[in-house]
Design a binder for this molecule. Structure first.
Ligand code: ADP
Ligand code: MG
Ligand code: ZN
Length: 509
């Protein structure tokens, strides 16, 4: 495994001094979490010598993240995030995640790494802890200025990692931590990252070799062959058969898609189970060294599709375009901006790629999407024409700053069943989990909420306060460029930073 720069000199053993408090704090966390914490101490005993684990703060398919505390030399206590990767992750995958953090992290709004523990299959990445709240909990109270700064800082992180040839591939608010008070930002989670052709991250190069050799069908993010088939089936049974994506050059694929069947592919998808943890052979010699031995390298890897959220995926990802670049992260940033400007999170709520693609078409237009896809060699068949939406009208309507157009047929706006509740009496963290577009009714226009007019009036003052009454055209112009359907002409993160929306924020250098 790659050597991680270690800054342990500032951390001292905390076992003794922290023990008394351990019991106190532990009573606040649930039994399950308590059990997980005990298991982690057991799996990687070195952890307990340095950290007191306080709580679990994140749980995903591929990792669990804990909040830990260590006592520093100056006797102060410092908080850390400890990411325990699932033991079935491929060693190269883990090493690549670490290398992204060590090479690109620690500056420009990209999370750094403090230390890494490993015992046998278990790897724990220790990072500085950045306190944050989920976007979904704060979206309704964000001012336009906060949104502008958030996107600016996200673009800074993207520009930075893209300079290293890192494609993050899972850009979404959960992976871009934001501390509202301190105005700190951090891009996390390189668990799905890939390298560009000229990436400076060696292990991302290794990873692409690994993908080619070991998983011709199920690339990390390419569980699509099966998704495509089942999605087509779903779309046709649900309402209208909306879209069919077919590889322009592959008639066999077209047949699969149009019939909505593909038993071989589907079976493969359904039967793939994540590999169980492979017990470490007694002959493994790499534990406690900075290398990964051949035994470890030849272990079976995780096969479950490590797909991110379809709603954040770029059209070229959704259509399985083989040449995907850093532009896919820029698209995701665009979806985030769309979400923040419209006050809806998540904006696209889709369970699979095809539904996600059809939702993109409702906003960006079907003809435009088809044309862009053609440019990157994909042909999309759409049963109904969907006009492109004006982004300001769309966002202001969803924010209930504007009445909905009367004629649903002319402008099939995504459903908005009522104004966002943001009456002053409601605490700022009132959940507004209402997505802008849900998969079941992406083309339906539900009747407006009856309290709508009242809500608009009551909101007006507050909205003005948040700057929502004077969102400049530049915001929607940037949004339009981030959500450019064709990756070849989509704005880059570097160029987006010089967009007129950010004139006052440009660094002096
Ligand atoms: P996963 O691959 O499981 O999504 P992440 O690296 O995205 O793992 O971490 C999951 C969650 O844990 C994040 O969404 C965030 O809430 C929390 N988290 C991760 N790293 C940190 C950190 N350095 N500081 C604070 N919270 C963190
Ligand atoms: Mg994550
Ligand atoms: Zn080994």
């Amino acid at each position: 495994m790659e050597v991680v720069p270690v800054h342990t000199e500032t951390i001292i053993s905390t076992e003794e001094c922290l023990k008394p408090e351990r019991t106190n704090r532990r009573s606040k966390v649930s039994r399950d979490v308590e059990t997980d914490i005990e298991l982690l101490y057991k799996a990687v005993p070195q952890i307990g010598k340095v950290f007191r684990i306080i709580d679990k703060i994140g749980e995903g398919t591929f990792s669990s993240v804990y909040l830990g505390e260590a006592q520093m030399h100056d006797r102060s206590r410092q908080k850390f995030a400890l990411k325990h990767l699932i033991p079935t992750s491929h060693p190269t995958r883990i090493a690549a995640e670490l290398q992204c953090l060590t090479v690109a992290g620690g500056r420009e709004n990209v999370m750094g790494v403090t230390y890494c523990f490993r015992k046998e299959d278990h790897v724990v990445i220790v990072m500085p802890y950045l306190e944050h709240r989920a976007i979904v909990d704060i979206i309704s109270s964000l001012s336009f200025e906060e949104v502008r700064l958030y996107i600016y800082n996200l673009l800074r992180a993207l520009k930075h990692i893209h300079q290293f040839g890192i494609i993050h591939r899972d850009i979404k608010p959960n992976n871009f931590l934001y501390n509202r008070k301190t105005k700190e930002y951090a891009l996390v989670d390189f668990g799905l990252a890939q390298g560009t052709a000229d990436t400076q991250i060696d292990l991302l190069k290794d990873l692409s070799g690994l993908r080619k050799v070991q998983r011709p069908v199920f690339g990390e993010r390419n569980m699509n062959s099966c998704t495509l088939v089942s999605a087509t089936t779903k779309a046709s049974s649900a309402q209208t058969e909306l879209v069919k994506v077919v590889k322009a050059e592959d008639p066999a694929n077209r047949r699969y898609s149009s019939t909505g069947r593909g038993s071989s592919l589907k079976t493969q998808g359904a039967n793939q189970k994540p590999q169980r943890a492979v017990p470490l052979s007694a002959t493994c010699s790499c534990y406690n060294t900075d290398r990964v031995c051949n035994i470890c390298l030849s272990r079976k890897q995780q096969i479950a599709p490590r797909a991110g959220t379809p709603g954040f995926r770029a059209p070229e990802v959704l259509t399985k375009c083989p040449n995907q670049g850093t532009a896919i992260d820029v698209w995701s940033a665009g979806v985030i901006l769309l979400s923040l400007l419209s006050g809806r999170y998540p904006f696209f709520k889709a369970s699979d790629d095809l539904i996600a693609l059809s939702q993109i078409m409702t906003i960006r237009g079907s003809r435009e999407t088809i044309q862009a896809a053609k440019a990157f060699g994909k042909s999309i068949v759409c049963s109904r024409e969907l006009p492109r939406q004006d982004l300001r009208v769309l966002c202001e309507t969803l924010r209930a700053r504007r009445p909905s157009p009367d004629d649903d047929d002319v402008t099939p706006l995504p459903q908005h069943n009522g104004a966002i509740s943001r009456k002053p009496s409601i605490p700022e963290d009132t959940p507004t989990h209402r997505p802008a577009i849900k998969q079941e009714d992406s083309y339906e226009h539900t009747p407006l909420h009856t309290e709508r007019t009242e809500a608009v009036t009551m909101e007006t003052e507050k909205e003005e306060e948040g700057g929502w009454g004077r969102v400049p055209d530049e915001a929607y112009d940037l949004l339009d460029r981030l959500l450019e359907l064709n990756p070849a002409t989509r704005i880059t993160a570097a160029d987006a930073l010089t967009h007129p929306l950010f004139t006052d924020l440009r660094p002096l250098t």
